[in-house]
Design a protein around this ligand. Sequence first.
Ligand code: CO
Length: 138
Amino acid sequence: MIGRLNHVAIAVPDLAAAAANYRDSLGAKVSAPVDIPHQGVTVVFIELENTKIELLHPLGENSPIAKFLENNPSGGIHHISCEVNDIYAARDKLKASGKRVLGSGEPKTGAHGTPVLFLHPKDFDGTLVEIEEVAKAS
Ligand code: CO
């Protein structure tokens, strides 16, 4: 069902410092910060050859990242995102096998303008897993 690893998202306490670190220490190509108000985050996209890293920082009140950073003040991996061809089919299959889909269960528009859902970390070894519908997922 799942295809490629689309991205790994890392919550960071200082977005500019984290972006500079990836750019200067690792030689990565980093984007300018992008505000995504409906998700409550500012994101710096890092393009790698085979996948992406997203540096996440809270934006506005009630950001879903704020609590995570409270618990992990130096930052940390927040979620991984895997591609699927059909997010509704994936959701229904997961639910049928007893996995919990977070929120209303209806896909929301993610950071790349594609439909996404998040799966309960307790069902996936303590890791928040995002599934993302991408047209050409394998
Ligand atoms: Co994501």
